[in-house]
Design a protein around this ligand. Sequence first.
Ligand code: DER
Length: 257
Amino acid sequence: KLVEASKRLAAFQAVKEHLDPSYTRVGIGSGSTVVYVVDAIAALGPGVTAGMSFYPTGAQSEELIEAAGLRLQYISKLPAGTQLDVAFDGADEVDDDLNLIKGGGACLWQEKIVAASAKKFVCVADFRKLSPRLGTSWKKGIPIEVLPMAAPRVLDELKRMGSHNPRVRPGLPGKAGAIVTDNGMWIIDAPFTPLHLPKDSAESGIRAGNEDNGVWTVDALADRLIKIPGVAEIGLFYGSNGLQVASGAQKPVAAYF
Ligand code: DER
């Protein structure tokens, strides 16, 4: 109950503060918190939303937009050189520097593309998601979208990098085999020891861009994961300290709890 109330409060607060009526292009993420974001936007009424187009990050997001009677548009139709005014999305974990683990809903690839296409990215999350360092509360691992035929090779490399028991995300009951994303890919969840921020090096001794015996700084891990052959995208987002773990992405404006 408390969690749902917190998600709703965060969503309505985020829309109130970050959806300007003058906006015309709005990105909509995936997951359960973003459901409340769409509720908050729909509650503004057609007087505000009629002039806006909403850009989904996958099948669930598309359904949310349509069910709310909002105008659906696609990133593939975004005119060259233009950006979304704002994108709202959830997260699985948020650290002190607004770095995010995303992908718990297996929608991370399109989520990152939409987020990176926005002038402003607003992460909406309840109190459970905030933790000092990524990997502290979200123990399932960093979600990584991979080409199925490369999955065994990616798992090998992740183990070499110190991931503890990385595995292909199994399908839900009623679906034999692995989860298949909206893009026809698989998700590997790769647990790592909680990540350090580059600024932690004084106490942890692990300087920015490095790892020490399987303990990584966020930037170093993001740079390495994205280069593994077969990896399409990784569920590590952003950094307010100039750490762009999502290349070219806008830094998050705020995370609401
Ligand atoms: O897949 C994602 O990154 C989603 O944003 C997600 O994990 C957040 O989900 P929740 O809002 O249902 O917690």
